[in-house]
Design a protein around this ligand. Structure first.
Ligand code: SF4
Length: 219
């Protein structure tokens, strides 16, 4: 990819981050400590999309930096990708919270928040146009594939994402970390199966360009 193209994408993503940083469309926009727009290589071949920032992400303004982020880094390393080589973001850019007697807790984004935030993610995908999209967890998968998506039954296969980009869905690293006993290894095995498919897709040769000679159609 040319330096000019990299610079163009960097500029567009910075402008998107600035707009998201000023956005207060949802109540969580007023409560957040930081807007968590996304980070990574603007020319990434793999784009990872989670559901929303948690407490650590909100505090640091970066996606996937808590325990789940550490596991994501290990998942990427297992398929020979450094975190810096991919682009990482979430469906919503502000931390969805639940007020409890013991303080604020993370929660899944609600449909209105997801709808309000949709244009930011659409724009990120349009700018980066990765070779592969990896959706982590049910809220993210539902953004791509609709509300009837059931992650336990429907993960691990290829879907057509925006702009025809191949889309894989697997479990969110936070879900993996919540498992106990033998379950944790069973879930890790499923995630590993999905990641191997992502690696294989990234290793496929790019499609041959179509021939330009109109003479091919001459009698
Ligand atoms: S979640 Fe998205 S739409 Fe809602 S306030 Fe934050 S940036 Fe704006």
């Amino acid at each position: 990819m040319s330096l000019e193209e990299r610079a163009r994408r960097t500029r567009l993503l910075a402008a998107g981050a600035q707009t998201a940083g000023a956005c207060r469309k949802c109540a969580i926009g007023a409560e957040r400590r930081n807007n968590v727009y996304g980070e990574g290589d603007p020319c990434a071949r793999l784009m990872v999309v989670g559901e929303g920032p948690g407490e650590t992400e909100d505090a640091l303004g970066r996606p996937f930096v808590g325990r789940a982020g550490e596991l994501l880094n290990r998942m990427l390393a297992a398929i020979d990708l450094a975190r810096e080589d991919v682009y990482i973001c979430n469906v919503v850019k502000c931390r969805p919270t639940l007020r409890t007697p013991s303080g604020l807790r993370n929660r899944a984004p609600d449909p209105q928040e997801i709808s309000n935030c949709t244009s930011f993610l659409e724009e990120q995908i349009a700018i980066i146009r990765p070779t592969v999209l990896l959706s982590l967890g049910a809220p993210s998968a539902k953004w791509f594939l609709g509300p009837s998506f059931q992650i336990t039954k429907m993960r691990g296969r290829w879907y057509e994402g925006p702009h025809g980009i191949p889309l894989m869905v697997t479990f969110h690293p936070a879900y993996v970390l919540r498992q106990t006993g033998g379950e944790i290894n069973a879930v890790k095995r499923l995630v590993w199966d999905d990641l191997k498919q992502v690696r294989a897709k990234l290793d496929e040769p790019p499609p041959e360009p179509l021939p330009e000679q109109a003479s091919l159609f001459e009698a």
